[in-house]
Design a protein around this ligand. Sequence first.
Ligand code: PLP
Length: 467
Amino acid sequence: MVVPPAHDAVERRTGDHRAADADLERWDREHVWHAFTQMADYEPLLIERAHGCTLVDHQGREYLDGVASLWCNIHGHAHPHIDAAICEQLSKVAHTTLLGASNSTTVRLARRLVELAPAGLNHVFFSSDGSSAVEVALKMAFQYWQQRADPRPQKTHFVALADAYHGDTLGSVSVGGVARFHAMFRPLLFDCWRVPAPITYRAPAEVPRDRAAEYYLAPVERLLAERHSEIAALVVEPLMQAAAGMIVHPQGYLRGLREITRRYDVLLIADEVAVGFGRTGKLFACEHEAVSPDFLCLGKGLTGGYLPMAATLATDEVWNAFLGPASAGRQLFHGHSYSGNPLAAAAALASLEVFDREQVLHHLPAKIERLRQHLARIAGHEHVGDVRQCGLIGAIELVRERATATPFDWNEQRGRAACRYARERGVLLRPLGDILVIMPPLAVTIDELDQIVSAAEYGIERATADG
Ligand SMILES: *Cc1c(COP(=O)(O)O)cnc(C)c1O
């Protein structure tokens, strides 16, 4: 016989439940070492479940996912089609190795990526995170020049943009240029040659606004003209440098980089880890300027934001340089235990299917336009120095003084404060310093977008009230 629990037993169980919550928060503070987070003042936020663009914490509070779970989520959380694809794959096999073997789901994904990517990128190397996708492109580029038919062993250097961010492994940090993140590790890094980031906000007075691309391409041309015989590749985030502060490049800049790198026989690595998979309004950012890079790095949104997976796509020209008898040792000696994981591949394939089934790109222009209108209004705020947008990615830069573009003292952490206030209004945001980022899943509705921006505005008001 089933005896219904006595009232106090229910009470006690609820009490236990609360105690468990307090334990979880304490364990989160004490045991989980959070990325890019000062653990001395970390405030636990435990997400328990999610649906669509809504995250639900362990106490049942709901938040809109204003930064797509750190730029990863595309079609919303718990999407039935992606969930089903993962379950179906799980009923077959969760993981098999890609070292000298394969599985059908991963093969299908590679084929689909090749079909969708800019022309000429016929070969896909799988890894587990964006940093590795960049790391792999750097190693492939380096090795390519050593062993192609007409070797150029002098071409060992890399060129990257000022303020670049390409991930946190040492190779990707070497091409990175965000001082606050990277300066500490300088002694561990290889040398990288820098060209200026094509910034328009706070650009030197001599930069002609209508010819910014030309202005910023000139130093690239000078460097490559002089040193191309020593340069293996140039790495860039197409259209927009995300972690650098959502720096939107002038139109024609990417196209110009492709022309210059072609002219001087330098490989072009396009890092679309942040901007890929529809964020800019097209599936890949390179499409906006009809550019085919030599390498395309994908991550974050590849699985719809479900599972860790990244990919480095390369051309036939690069691939061919790695062919030969096994004894010649020309293969790429790089790999990861979970390369090409079938569960992640199933999620990625399903995510690409959702792009078609729900005509995701077709529905973007209306959302992008709504974001543009919101940003245009916010640009008038007395502590907003600049607003920037690339597709469904928006950025709002807070400053102490608009007229002179004088930033707030970094220690005041105004961006962080603004996001804390936005959270009171049920919206989760994560800033880049004093730059507020609006980067919801592509599945965001106009109504949700309005709520996200309105919470951000409230946050800006509160965080700059005593500015
Ligand atoms: C996030 C990011 C990376 C690193 O990806 P991880 O998966 O965090 O290693 C690399 N490049 C760009 C442009 C990114 O935004």
